[in-house]
Design a protein around this ligand. Structure first.
Ligand SMILES: C[S@@+](CC[C@H](N)C(=O)[O-])C[C@H]1O[C@@H](n2cnc3c(N)ncnc32)[C@H](O)[C@@H]1O
Length: 180
């Protein structure tokens, strides 16, 4: 069966992340991706600009007795202020916090700033994964920014794939960058 976008990303992460690895959730939101990563990795750096998102993620970790997450109430664009270790994987589930203000959304500029910083810290074979929603407020612009950027990456340094529904343009899609 064809996997939906988030299970597709989680499956890729499960293939490479081990308990020795440091990973980043660039947009922790309600904590589903953070929880998934925390069960695989040594440590998760979980970023979000909304207090509600950090609280929701903390609560989910507490309920699941997870203790290897550092919660960071700041933009992922400032990732270099918090992360010193090399990184095995990063996830950016873009868009707005479900059940909250739909105008607080990720933006191409800060997403790309974070990506450029994480690229430098990514180990060979490491992944940066994006779930992209074009239907949301500003989503089309962010989607274009991201695609323009990854289309220009040197294929000798990064493999980049797009996983999408060809017959549903409005459905979310996945981009994965793999460092070579
Ligand atoms: C689709 S939600 C993430 C869902 C989450 N990964 C989960 O598993 O529940 C997107 C999140 O990105 C956050 N966000 C928006 N701009 C951000 C930024 N510059 N840095 C970090 N988080 C940001 C929003 O506050 C929102 O919580």
């Amino acid at each position: 069966m064809i996997k939906k976008v988030i299970p597709f990303v989680h499956n890729k992460l499960k293939e490479i992340v081990t308990t020795d690895d440091y990973v980043i959730d660039g947009t922790c939101g309600n904590g589903y991706d953070t929880l998934f990563l925390a069960r695989l990795a040594r440590k998760v750096y979980a970023f979000d600009i909304q207090e509600l998102a950090i609280e929701n993620t903390k609560e989910r970790m507490k309920r699941n007795r997870i203790h290897n997450v550092q919660f960071i109430l700041d933009s992922h664009a400032n990732v270099d202020k918090y992360v010193e270790e090399n990184i095995k994987a990063a996830v950016f589930n873009l868009g707005y916090l479900p059940g909250s203000d739909k105008k607080v959304v990720t933006k191409g500029e800060s997403t790309l700033e974070a990506v450029k910083k994480i690229q430098k810290k990514l180990v060979i074979g490491g992944l940066i994964c994006f779930v992209v929603y074009t239907g949301k407020f500003g989503g089309e612009e962010e989607s274009n920014d991201l695609l323009n950027y990854v289309n220009g990456l040197d294929h000798k340094s990064f493999n980049v794939i797009k996983y999408c529904y060809l017959n549903n343009e409005k459905a979310p899609y996945v981009v994965i960058m793999e460092k070579l």
